[in-house]
Ligand binder design. Structure first.
Ligand SMILES: [Mg+2]
Length: 365
């Protein structure tokens, strides 16, 4: 199976409602799609969202990294020669984790197709279903309480609440949501780096004192502030999950060695794809730390790749793969079935993506 062409395109999928965090507001998913073609007719699919505010990867940067560096490196190579191939994607250009993730997943897709096995089984996985939370955007407390109830109506029992815009309002936001949804629903929160370490401890402990029962907090402090993250982890009753602080496996090792967080959030777009995500998984297993698998605002191609990883690895105990269910439509054919909270992996070879609805993919060539 020889790689004969790398084609790029773009899709645009409207969101049900605007997505608001402490870092940005977005109203549609506009992602770069990668198709890797081979001499036997098999096509591998990948996807990368431009998340300049998080990864620094803009649309132009993703396209440039693939066209100018990655495509040239993989063209003409055999998929069978997988390890050197997948390593060269990581080595041929510095940074650009989203572009690398898109190509990495397309190559895993092809490798699975080559041996007629779904990728999650290739990775040793046995479970076929996982349960995702759903994100509630940051807004006024009443709006968030209403959004939380709408999520319950859709069948969700685990909510990820965005906080961090005007921190003085965050306790009120959570109190409104908890009051609306009752005691049974799991609530996790994501501050997206918005708090100072001392502010974080104060806010989190106030939430606990009010009995708001927070399962975990994501990235309370600035991404680079590992000492601050450790400060919060040591002083807060709420478990701390490192998200923006962990891009690479090296970042994960540093945090695990320091004991700077209780949990690690893996996202393919931060670490550069499945190959590197497996290293983070292994590091977490060694340290006995559980992982969450997350996504950016992504359509189904790239989230589907994360589903395969999650179904393969037991150390991934928390699933935040709500990209597709936040979208108003799904132009992607094949892949995992997203039935609100329940995600069922697809048993077709590779990643199981069959293509994109006619007219929805705009090729760049
Ligand atoms: Mg996060």
């Amino acid at each position: 199976m020889k790689i004969t062409n790398v084609r790029l395109g773009r899709i645009s999928v409207p969101l049900r409602t605007p997505f608001k965090t402490a870092l940005r507001t977005v109203d549609s998913v506009r992602d770069v799609i990668v198709e890797i073609h081979t001499d036997c007719g098999a096509v591998g699919y990948g996807e990368a969202p431009p998340t300049g505010a998080i990864t620094g990867d803009t649309t132009g940067a993703i396209i440039g990294a693939i066209e100018d560096h990655i495509a040239k490196t993989i063209l003409g190579r055999e998929v069978e020669d997988f390890e050197p191939l997948i390593q060269s994607v990581q080595k041929c250009v510095v940074g650009n984790s989203s572009a690398k993730a898109a190509v990495d997943m397309a190559l895993w897709d092809l490798y699975g197709q080559l041996y007629s096995i779904p990728v999650y089984k290739l990775l040793g996985g046995g479970r076929r279903q996982i349960v995702t939370d759903i994100t509630i955007s940051v807004n006024d407390p009443e709006v968030m309480a209403k959004d939380a109830l709408l999520a319950l109506d859709r069948g969700y029992d685990c909510l990820k609440i965005k906080v961090g815009v005007n921190p003085e309002l965050d306790v009120a936001r959570l109190a409104a949501v908890r009051k609306a949804v009752g005691r049974e629903v799991v609530i996790r929160i994501d501050a997206n780096q918005a708090w100072t370490p001392k502010q974080a401890v104060k806010i989190l402990n106030r939430m606990q004192e009010q009995g708001l029962d927070i399962e975990l907090v994501e990235q309370p402090v600035k991404a680079h502030d590992l000492e601050g993250l450790k400060y919060v982890t040591e002083r807060s009753y709420v478990p701390v999950l490192a998200d923006e602080a962990v891009f690479s496996a090296e970042d994960a090792m540093t945090i695990l060695k320091m004991g700077a967080a209780d949990l690690i959030n893996i996202k393919l777009m931060k670490c550069g794809g499945i190959y590197n995500a497996l290293k983070i998984v292994s590091a977490a297993e060694v340290y006995g730390v559980e992982c969450m698998i997350g996504c950016m605002l992504e359509a189904k191609i790239s989230v589907n790749a994360a589903v395969h990883l999650a179904c393969a690895k037991g150390v991934i105990t928390k699933v935040d793969l709500d990209g597709p269910v936040l979208c108003r439509e799904d132009p992607v054919l094949g892949g995992a079935a997203f039935d609100e909270r329940l995600i069922t992996v697809c048993d077709a070879p590779g990643l199981g993506i069959r293509g994109i609805e006619a007219g929805k993919l705009v090729y760049l060539d």
